[in-house]
Design a protein around this ligand. Structure first.
Ligand code: GLV
Ligand code: GLV
Length: 325
């Protein structure tokens, strides 16, 4: 059999090499930028598999154009960019890359938390600008972590890993989850499952780890932000649209909350007006899984998922198993 695969962005070569061993044609987007929707649309015809990024919109119209498509391997744990329902209807398998990016994303949440609460980015700017004229007792004072309360919104794999890291600071942990109680967090940290309102009111640091769905879109809006302490910090490494970003700009501007650390944006890569002008927010360009080790594992995982489907086997990371039947 001869297989034809399209990869929408250059990824670590380990993944490409696996694809090349098994497939006749492996074509990679040569540009150092995402494809536009139209460009991707023109690429999918005749492909058996596409390896897509979270920045690619993979919708039903695109799938209609791709008559021979058998698998969409998304290079991310989140797959809100893919119309999974449409794929299932058409018998197209969708896969993601769970597990391998859990620790690097949890680390990123902590990196943002430290950066904002200890004002590292502000301090860096000041130092580079030559404004560091000597140690000062009241310069750039931030917040402590020890014994504080951490609120985890969405205690899945990544939320759990984020919370486990709080042991170093003896933090009290509250969490919300849409599924069963999190036995690991409860037994290892004495964490408590609470409703969102309690979590927002009680936490000093809140970290978002839910997937994006119609249920979680704008889960954190003006009302929720108003429930937070004005000394509290909000961290988001999940998906931007879980927060109403315009409401967050207002809350930060009015010092309703102390600060935010963001890795994701509602209309990525665009930022809501006003966000970039604020001092009390740290802005990262969606780097949650951006380590050499993790991105390599994701590339291998996505490639192996494609090859499994083309070999008519069940891929390890299928998000729509109904499509297999
Ligand atoms: C990154 O945001 C991912 O979903 O893997
Ligand atoms: C979500 O898929 C997670 O890994 O937390």
């Amino acid at each position: 059999m001869s297989f034809n695969v399209y990869v929408t962005r250059q990824i670590p070569e380990e993944g490409i090499n696996i694809l090349k061993k098994f497939c006749q044609t492996v074509e990679v987007n040569p540009h150092d930028r995402p494809l536009t929707y139209d460009e991707l649309f023109r690429q999918v015809k005749g492909r058996d598999a596409i390896l897509t990024m979270l920045s690619d919109r993979v919708d039903a119209a695109l799938m209609n154009e791709a008559k021979s498509l058998k698998v969409i391997a998304n290079y991310a744990v989140g797959y809100d960019n893919v119309d999974v329902k449409a794929a299932t209807t058409k018998g197209i398998i969708v896969t993601n890359t769970p597990g391998v990016l859990t620790d690097s994303t949890a680390d990123m949440a902590w990196a943002l938390l430290f950066s904002i609460a200890r004002r590292i980015v502000e301090g860096d700017k000041l130092t580079r600008a030559g404004k560091f004229i000597g140690w000062a007792p009241l310069m750039l004072l931030g917040g402590d972590f020890i014994g504080k309360t951490l609120g985890i919104i969405g205690a899945g794999r990544i939320g759990t890993a984020m919370a486990m890291r709080s042991r170093g600071w003896y933090m009290k942990v509250f969490y919300t989850t849409h599924s069963n109680r999190n036995a690991v967090l409860e037994e290892m940290l004495g964490a408590k499952r609470v409703d969102l309102e309690t979590l927002l009111k009680e936490s000093d640091f809140i970290s978002i780890h839910t997937s994006l769905s119609e249920k979680t879109r704008h889960l954190i809006g003006a009302k929720e932000l108003s429930l937070m302490k004005n000394t509290a910090y909000l961290i988001n490494t999940a998906r931007g649209a879980v927060i109403d970003e315009a409401a967050l700009v207002n809350a930060l501007k009015n010092r309703q909350i102390a600060g935010a650390g963001l890795d994701v944006y509602e209309e990525e890569p665009r930022l809501k007006p006003g966000l970039a002008e604020l001092d009390n927010v740290v802005l990262a360009p969606h780097l949650g899984s951006a380590t050499i080790e993790t991105r390599t594992k994701m590339a291998v995982m996505a490639a192996e998922n494609i090859i499994a489907v083309l070999n008519k086997q069940k891929p390890k990371n299928c998000v729509n198993p109904e499509a297999l039947t």
